[in-house]
Design a protein around this ligand. Structure first.
Ligand code: ATP
Ligand code: MG
Length: 359
């Protein structure tokens, strides 16, 4: 038998329910069947608002250095954002994305319950995460008729190309994982390029053209590539979400589409995400620190468990990821151990135990 692969995983619980769901993420990794031949070394790391209050920084250098030097991937819980601006505080996950060049934000949206048309939703939004309007180059000046404000929308060939390539790779991989446990009506991988190049012919035009080029590569010959103007994308995403497979978009459209798509599945407690670069992936549930339910052992751990699987996919461990996805779907389908956000009565621990039993 080949030597076991050891993955080194940084654990950053952050604030609030992050401290309840990240331990669940660790448990599921520890409970993977030994036949997968995987081992894990865990490193506990700090970041977040509580860390800021304690140490004066929300993202200690030690956390960044350890992730860079000692880890293959990480799990990030949540950070609470103070309701009014606090001097010196800024979001540690935004900083981490920059420092580790995690240029893709990946958000799968999946329901086993069926959309309005009765078909399950199983799509993923791949959002470019380094440029577009988020370069935050803004200025305000006095025009002839009063104040005017402007922002730069920057789109580069390099960023558009790498995000499209990762979208194509995700489409191929999803097809592989799906064929193991078919749930979708779609039998061919598909990438939908989203843009507004009818209006923004240069910026979105470059994104569209570059995405087309990247997805025309030989390795994507089995992938159906289509495109959709972002406004009609929103319309169709809400009318017919089961139609989509992988949606790739520049930063701002991706941001809006991701939150919109998350609303399709009912609870924030179900939706995972990953921040992905060329050599690193951080799994992160989409929800925040949820101070209203903190410390009660009722947070839904599913978003985190799915984020663990997503991280494993990007670390090349598809078989392990598929096992976790199947166990989670099993829990949701059986609907016996559901947390309160899903209309159930189960605690975080009970939901986790049920998923672990199904692993
Ligand atoms: P933050 O400032 O950290 O974003 P928030 O108050 O916006 O905190 P969110 O975490 O964004 O809270 O959650 C919004 C709502 O969804 C809250 O009512 C929260 O309880 C609920 N919620 C979020 N995540 C979960 C979860 N994992 N399980 C159950 N309910 C959740
Ligand atoms: Mg929030």
């Amino acid at each position: 038998m080949a030597a076991a692969r050891t993955l080194r995983i940084g654990l950053i619980p952050g604030d609030g329910i992050g401290r309840e769901v990240i331990p669940a993420g660790r448990r599921i990794l520890e409970s993977l069947p030994s036949s997968l031949n995987l081992k894990f070394n865990f490193v506990d790391l700090e970041a977040g608002y509580d860390t800021f209050k304690k140490t004066g920084t929300a993202l200690p250098d030690k956390t960044v250095e350890t992730l860079k030097k000692e880890c293959d991937g990480a799990l990030f819980g949540a950070v609470s954002s103070p309701s009014t601006k606090v001097a010196g505080y800024s979001s540690p996950i935004v900083a981490l994305r920059k420092k580790l060049d995690l240029y893709a934000n990946v958000r799968p949206v999946k329901t086993t319950l069926g959309s309005s048309n009765g078909n399950p939703i199983d799509l993923v939004i791949v959002r470019e995460n380094t440029e577009d309007l988020y370069v935050k180059e803004e200025k305000t000046y006095e025009g002839p008729d009063g104040k005017v404000a402007e922002a730069i929308k920057r789109i580069s060939e390099r960023a558009s190309s790498r995000i499209s390539t990762i979208a194509g790779e995700i489409a191929l991989r999803r097809q592989k994982i799906r064929s193991a446990a078919p749930t979708s009506i779609r039998d061919q991988p598909m990438v939908t390029i989203t843009h507004k190049s009818n209006v923004l012919s240069q910026t979105d035009g470059l994104f569209r053209e570059t995405a087309r080029k990247a997805l025309a590569a030989d390795k994507f010959s089995s992938v159906l590539v289509e495109e959709q103007i972002v406004d009609s994308m929103v319309y169709k995403l809400f009318r017919q979400p089961e139609y989509y497979d992988v949606i790739v978009a520049p930063n701002l459209y991706g941001d809006i589409l991701s939150d919109g798509a998350a609303a399709l599945v009912g609870s924030l407690g179900l939706v995972p995400s990953a921040n992905v670069g060329d050599n690193f992936a951080i799994g992160e549930p989409c929800h925040g620190s949820a101070p209203d339910i903190e410390g009660q052992n009722i947070a839904n751990p599913i978003a985190t468990l799915r984020s663990v699987a997503l991280m494993l996919e990007f670390l090349g461990e598809e078989a392990a990821a598929a096992k976790i996805y199947a166990a989670v779907d099993g829990n949701l389908d059986a609907a016996k151990f559901l947390s309160p956000d899903m209309g159930g009565k189960a605690t975080t621990t009970e939901v986790l135990d049920d998923v672990l039993k199904r692993l």
